[in-house]
Write a protein that binds this ligand. Structure first.
Ligand code: ZN
Length: 186
C-alpha cells in the first residue's frame, strides 16, 4: 500500500525515532509499504518519519541511479552487483562517518522541487539490523554513502536543510515557507 509522504512543516519530521526492539507484523507491513511508497515516488531512500512514524526504520535503493555510482561492502565483503542487495531495509542504524567530506546534490521526498549541494562524508560505515533480526555492517562510498547519511539524519529528526549553506537556504526560502504553510493546513 502506498503511504502519504509527509512534507516539510509536519512536526513528525523533527521527531527522533524510537528503537525497534521487536519486529512484529506491523513493522513488517510498514517496511513493505515504505518500499512501495519509495519506489512509486522514484526515491532513493525513505525514513519512517516521512510516512508518519517516529521509528528507527529506513529503506533505500540506489541501484536505479546510473550516473551516480556507489560502492558497498556488506559484512566486510565487496558487493560487485549493488542491485543484488537492494532495496535495503535497515532497523536501528548507527553510522560512523569518514573524515573527508565532499559536496553533492541532494533532494528529499519531503521537500518537493528543492535540491541543494550538501557537504557529507565521502565514506561511511553503518551498523544496523534487518527485518529478520540479523546484524549487518555496510561500508559505502558514492551515492549510497550520501543516502545513508541523509536517512540516518531523518531517523534523528535532522533534515537536509539543516545542513544547507545559509545562501542555499535563503535561495529556497519562499518555497520552504510555502511548504510549511501547506503542512499547517493539513
Ligand atoms: Zn529525505
Amino acid at each position: 500500500m502506498k503511504l502519504a509522504i509527509r512534507k516539510y512543516g509536519d512536526p513528525i519530521l523533527r521527531a527522533k525515532g524510537r528503537r525497534i526492539e521487536e519486529v512484529d507484523d506491523d513493522i513488517r507491513a510498514l517496511a513493505e509499504n515504505m518500499l512501495e511508497t519509495m519506489e512509486a515516488a522514484n526515491g532513493v531512500g525513505l525514513a519512517a518519519q516521512q510516512v508518519g512514524h517516529a521509528l528507527q526504520l529506513t529503506v533505500l535503493d540506489v541501484s536505479q541511479v546510473e550516473d551516480r555510482p556507489s560502492t558497498m561492502k556488506l559484512n566486510g565483503k565487496s558487493v560487485p552487483d549493488l542491485e543484488a542487495e537492494m532495496p535495503l531495509v535497515l532497523l536501528n542504524p548507527v553510522v560512523r562517518l569518514g573524515e573527508e567530506t565532499e559536496l553533492g546534490s541532494e533532494g528529499c521526498l519531503s521537500f518537493p522541487e528543492i535540491t541543494a549541494d550538501i557537504e557529507r562524508a565521502i565514506t561511511v560505515e553503518l551498523e544496523a539490523e534487518t527485518l529478520e533480526g540479523d546484524g549487518l555492517r555496510i561500508e559505502a562510498t558514492g551515492l549510497l554513502a550520501r543516502a545513508l547519511q541523509h536517512e540516518v539524519d531523518h531517523l534523528n529528526g535532522i533534515l537536509f536543510i539543516d545542513r544547507m549553506s545559509s545562501a542555499a537556504k535563503a535561495s529556497h526560502s519562499s518555497r520552504l515557507k510555502r511548504l510549511q504553510k501547506e503542512s499547517d493546513r493539513l
